[in-house]
Structures are given as structure tokens and as C-alpha cells.
Design a protein around this ligand. Structure first.
Ligand SMILES: C[S@@+](CC[C@H](N)C(=O)[O-])C[C@H]1O[C@@H](n2cnc3c(N)ncnc32)[C@H](O)[C@@H]1O
Length: 283
């Protein structure tokens, strides 16, 4: 199994931010995740924002909640939560570049007094014990090579009875990463080593006294996002090959477009699914 250091993960996000800006409507949606489509959704940006809405509804977010956005990317969810609910949100990421981008987005959106951003590792944060009402993790938890380190630290900083909200890709079926090249290309291209299935995740969470409260399989609702990412991969491939003729591109910027093909092939083969989860921090 290929493993990634925090520096590798930082490099991935730093080197691919221009791709997200160009292809994933980053300026509009400020989200680096799959969009969940509903009956009235018309654009990718709306779908990306809809992932936030769906998760916030599941978590019954209220204005008094103090929220940790664990793996905040460029701040889209934190800004959404601050703007829509008036919550205080602390967004953390491994990338200093993302901290700068998120801070400038939150200033532009007028919520810098509510949403703040810092470079911190979600497996070892500087926050005090029992500090947050909600921990929020969209497509960040599965990046941890050892998922139990994520749960251990989230347990520490969440108040008893606090909610952990997760949106992420999950392993489907009985494949092993070492024997599944298409999933290696998809996950390793995103600086991820491997992903858990929902059953494996539940077991890991239980060890840290998290109880799964809600579990929604929204795989069908992200299909338009999967297909859009696949189409962008073709354009990305042409752009990347052209760019590489004149520049010495880095590993992640060279290989990123391949994740678009691999996530599509992996989904067609039924190797992964997408879920929204809410968990409760039991005593
Ligand atoms: C796919 S992006 C998702 C960003 C954001 N949640 C969103 O939905 O737009 C994954 C994020 O997780 C962060 N991340 C991964 N491992 C982390 C860790 N150990 N500590 C803090 N952040 C981490 C990355 O820096 C990145 O910001």
C-alpha cells in the first residue's frame, strides 16, 4: 500500500488548486468534494453546495453550535455554516495555501468574524478537550492512513453528546488496494492510501464510542458529479500533456487527470459508494 505523509497531502492540494479552480467551479462553490444532486439542482456548483445543506440538515445544525471543520479545504463548508446558521467555525487543513485561500473567501463573503482557518493536523490539534458541539468532515476523514487516529482526536475535542458529520467515499465489495490498480489510481492520485467500507468505519468509530445515528447512501445522487469529473479528465489530460511539453510539472499535477478516469471506472465496476453519516459522541 502506498502511504502519504502530511507533506505529500499538502503538496497534492497545493499543486492541484489551479485544477479545482478551473474545472471544479472552486470560485463559486468553494468546495473540493462531490456534489449531491437533487430534483431541482441545475449546476455543479449548486450540487456541491447541496452536499453542505444535506449534511447540515442531518446534523440539525443550530446557531449556537461551535463547529470544527476537520480538513476544511478552501473553506466552503465553514463559510456556508457561518453564513446560513451564524455558527462559529474553526476550519483546519494541512495546507498553508488553503488557509490563505479560505481566509480570503471568508473575508469576501463577510463571515471572517465567524469562520477562521489554521494549518493543523486533525489527528493532533491544538484545541482543548470537549471544545466543539459538532465536528464536520467532508471528504477528509478517508485521507487519514490510520482512521482511528482521526476518531481518537475528534473524540477528545468534541463535547459529550456532540455530533460528527461525515460525507465521504466508501469501499464497496471485497477488494484489496494492492490488487486493484483502478482504485490505486483513483485514491493515490488524491494522496489517499486506502478507504474503509461502511462496516469497517462503524467498527473503528465504535472503538472510540461513536454511535452511528444516520447513514445515507447518496451514490445515485452524485452520478452527475462523477460524470462531470470524467469529462473534465479528458480536458485535463490534454491540458496536462500540453503543459508538460514546456514545464517540469510535479507528480500530483502530472497525474491528477487520471483520477477522473479511475473514479469513473471504479464507480462503473461498483467498487465504491458515497455516504452521508451522522455519529454521536457517546460517553
Ligand atoms: C478533498 S479535500 C476536502 C475539503 C473540504 N472538506 C471540502 O469539502 O471542500 C480534503 C481536505 O482534508 C485535509 N486533510 C487531509 N488530511 C488532513 C489532516 N491530517 N489534518 C488536517 N486536514 C487534513 C486536506 O488538507 C484538505 O483540505
Amino acid at each position: 500500500m502506498q502511504t502519504f505523509t502530511n507533506q505529500d497531502i499538502t503538496d497534492y492540494y497545493d499543486h492541484t488548486e489551479p485544477h479545482y479552480r478551473q474545472w471544479w467551479k472552486m470560485e463559486d462553490s468553494m468546495g473540493l468534494h462531490y456534489g449531491v444532486w437533487g430534483p431541482t439542482t441545475k449546476t455543479l456548483s449548486e450540487a456541491i453546495l447541496n452536499t453542505n445543506s444535506r449534511l447540515a440538515e442531518m446534523g440539525k445544525i443550530s446557531p449556537s453550535d461551535k463547529i470544527l471543520d476537520a480538513g476544511c479545504g478552501v473553506g466552503g463548508s465553514s463559510i456556508f455554516l457561518a453564513k446560513k446558521y451564524g455558527c462559529r467555525v474553526a476550519g483546519i487543513t494541512l495546507s498553508e495555501r488553503q488557509v490563505r485561500t479560505a481566509t480570503s473567501f471568508s473575508e469576501k463573503k463577510g463571515v471572517a468574524h465567524l469562520a477562521s482557518f489554521a494549518k493543523q493536523d486533525y489527528t493532533n490539534t491544538h484545541f482543548p478537550d470537549n471544545h466543539f458541539d459538532v465536528a464536520w468532515a467532508i471528504e477528509s476523514m478517508q485521507t487519514a492512513t490510520d482512521k482511528s487516529l482521526f476518531f481518537k482526536e475528534i473524540k477528545r475535542v468534541l463535547k459529550p453528546g456532540g455530533r460528527l458529520l461525515i460525507a465521504d467515499v466508501f469501499k464497496k465489495g471485497d477488494w484489496k488496494i494492492a490488487e486493484t490498480p483502478v482504485m490505486q489510481t483513483m485514491l493515490n492520485g488524491w494522496a489517499m492510501s486506502d478507504i474503509l467500507s461502511i462496516a469497517q468505519l462503524e467498527k473503528t468509530a465504535e472503538k472510540h464510542n461513536f454511535a452511528l445515528a444516520q447513514n445515507r447512501d447518496v451514490s445515485l445522487e452524485i452520478i452527475p458529479s462523477i460524470k462531470q469529473y470524467y469529462r473534465f479528465a479528458w480536458l485535463g489530460m490534454i491540458g496536462t500533456k500540453w503543459y508538460n511539453l514546456f514545464h517540469d510539472a510535479t507528480y500530483f499535477s502530472k497525474t491528477h487527470y487520471k483520477t477522473g478516469f479511475a473514479q469513473y471506472k471504479g464507480w462503473k465496476r461498483g467498487l465504491w459508494e458515497y455516504r452521508l453519516l451522522s455519529m454521536v459522541n457517546d460517553e
